[in-house]
Design a protein around this ligand. Sequence first.
Ligand code: GDD
Ligand code: MN
Length: 408
Amino acid sequence: MNLSVSSSILTPPCGDLIIPVFSSSDQQKKLPLKLSLILPTYNEGKNIQQIIVILTDLLNLIIPNNYELIVVDDDSPDRTWELASAMTPEYPQLKVIRRIEERGLSTAVIRGWQVAKGEVLAVIDADLQHPPEILVKLLGEIEKGADLAVASRHVEGGGVSDWSIVRRFLSRGAQTLGLILLPNVLGRLSDPMSGYFMVRREAIAGYTLAPIGYKILIEVVARGKIGWIGEVGYVFQERNAGESKVTWKQYVEYLQHLLKLRLSLLPIKQFLKFGLVGFSGVFVDMIILYLLSDPTTLSWGLTRSKIIAAEVAIFNNFFWNDAWTFAEISFAQKGWQKRFKRFMKFNLICLVGLILNVFLLNIQFNLLGFNQIPYGRYIANFIAIAMVTIWNFWLNFKLSWRVTDVNN
Ligand code: GDD
Ligand code: MN
């Protein structure tokens, strides 16, 4: 008995959290299974066997021999892993992973998906708070073409059974905070806190995932290539047995996770390139100004020379930004007409930036007291330039080199 138990327990994969792409070389070759359902567990000894039975009965009806259940247990003191693996002889579609080194709900789910053989990757809580029959509807959404199908408490048919005002408030508060920090991610979901969902393997395979804490769904939407999202209402049940693992720590981790995602989704590389190009523009401006206005060269009027110098610098910057900083986007939007449009927008934004620059310099110098400190005007100018660079970058990023949504 003991021997069969220990040999049926799998060790988790290690290294980066990347889901392997299957059969990329051979499009015809189908994945061995339709669905891989992960059950993350920590001290679910009182629930695990019951939920395995319920899930098996249900899935045998709708996709017999075409699914697997993967329990990923974090070495629970109540030996959940052992209780689960005792069932493997009778339940051949069941796999059990016992993690010893790593901890945490989100990474447990990903480790499970890494060993999974399914075309569709899914997760469900093991404490029976997620009603199993919803799986049928979730699978239905995927069949209809969704890349991601989420069980939601906040759409028709959804809700919570018996939550205190405090817990409701905390849950909504966490959602609102996420909406502010990552509107393009959380804004796509009515229940971003859900831990009950299915995703097509191809939508997340190959991307490095790096979640912190509990909220794996946010990670999937932020880093995956998720087109259509289907939602299914469900009522979050009371716990069957055992207790929730949520403490204040999960809220801190949630915040860390949001900030980490926010940072890694910022276009930092492009911003650095943009700054470098801007720097090159300063030299272009200087050289042209010299060639046109210096008494030893053409000695044109200063204003006229400066306007030409600035425009040549803008042209220089546009050229490099289009060819280098935002190359990916320009490549997708070919043609002289489109390029000219980008150039005009770039010009306009830079012009407003210039006005902003003068305005910020003046405010700092005349109102904020920079005229009282040594080198005040240069420090103020430096700050103004930094702020305008961010302004120029962000507006150009959003307006000139905008990624127009394409359905693919
Ligand atoms: N492997 C592993 N490691 N599993 C864990 C860990 C861990 O560190 N922490 C929790 N789990 C497992 C639990 O055993 C359970 O099966 C599931 O993850 C959910 O944990 P609970 O502690 O029961 O969470 P909850 O019910 O309070 O919170 C749920 O909130 C959402 C709705 O707000 C989340 O689990 C979501 O899935 C759910 O939708
Ligand atoms: Mn729970």
